[in-house]
Design a protein around this ligand. Sequence first.
Ligand code: ADP
Ligand code: MG
Length: 373
Amino acid sequence: MSSQPENQSSAASTALPIHIQGLTKRYGNLYALDSVDLEVRSGEFLTLLGPSGSGKTTLLMAIAGFNRPDAGSIRFGDTEVITTPPHKRNVGMVFQSYALFPHMSVAENIAFPLKLRGVSAAEIAERVETALATVQLDGLGDRGIEQLSGGQRQRVALARAFVFRPRILLMDEPLSALDKKLREQMQIELKHLHEQLGVTTVYVTHDQREALTMSDRIVVINEGKLAQIDTPHAIYNHPANAFVADFIGESTMLPLTRDSAGKLFFADHLVESGPETEPGSEWSLVIRPERLFVIKDGAEVDPDQAIAFTGEIRDFVFQGETAFALMSLSDGHVLSFRFGTDSLSQNSLRPGDRITLGLKRHDLIIIPRGRAQ
Ligand code: ADP
Ligand code: MG
């Protein structure tokens, strides 16, 4: 170990990368983490996204040191920490339940990690002031915790997590207890705070929109295995498999067939002709509902530019800023289709209408056929 984390409390924080290799955690026969490899880059905002029970908390707690993996390695920079106890890992943590000390004031809560580290009273006062200002709670240091709203409590928890300048910040569903409006506001605030602090951050959520909003990169996790790691844009536009395509955003998946020349088709539409997809394996076409567009009666579609699907509207639902429709194709497949509304056209589609929808070729997503089918 290059230096003792406890002695760094007055040094400026430097972000650290996290290197995770072969991390496995079993509970009886269940693999909560199954040989996970993950590189968290220095200073990035990385989100672990997955359904309930997928292993997000187990992975975060392993990084924090609150559980002991059965196998694998976790390094902070060059330092192996797998056997280092949590209080010596020097990471900041924020949980869904704020875990504040109810009998202490706001300022005392934030000062707590500094007292533990033996920081002088004068410096504590100064750092608590700065932390309060950073989370926009200036002047509320003397308040009791029970006098605060949920959003304010979470800001205190956040301030307490970064006031000692940890090089790694871990957050487990910190906004889940807040209502939607406040949650969305806090997502943007947290993102700005991260930019300001520059600390390597691993954030856990089961909310895909939250992950897309906040992250530099997203790790999609399912049953203790990593399904994909990429930027929000790439995760959404180029899902690697059926699980990711189904879990993130809305999608229709259509099975593709292959002709004797190896070309992929949906019905009589040529979807792909290149060698990118290996012969012998099965593939699906993923369609994002908002990428479909209405082709007006009689309008020509250049097959090099777009694919056209004709069918019958089955359902139409107005949902405010967008509307949602289901269209049945003649072979029985159903496409979901989402489009922007305006005050004139909101009733323009009715069940039974026959329409043609286009999909641009650059919006075609082809994935290996998987169990989310
Ligand atoms: P997530 O945070 O993604 O909801 P967790 O990491 O909490 O998921 O849990 C992953 C899996 O491990 C789940 O199947 C969960 O039931 C199981 N698990 C977690 N903690 C324990 C424990 N202490 N004992 C037994 N099983 C556990
Ligand atoms: Mg969890």
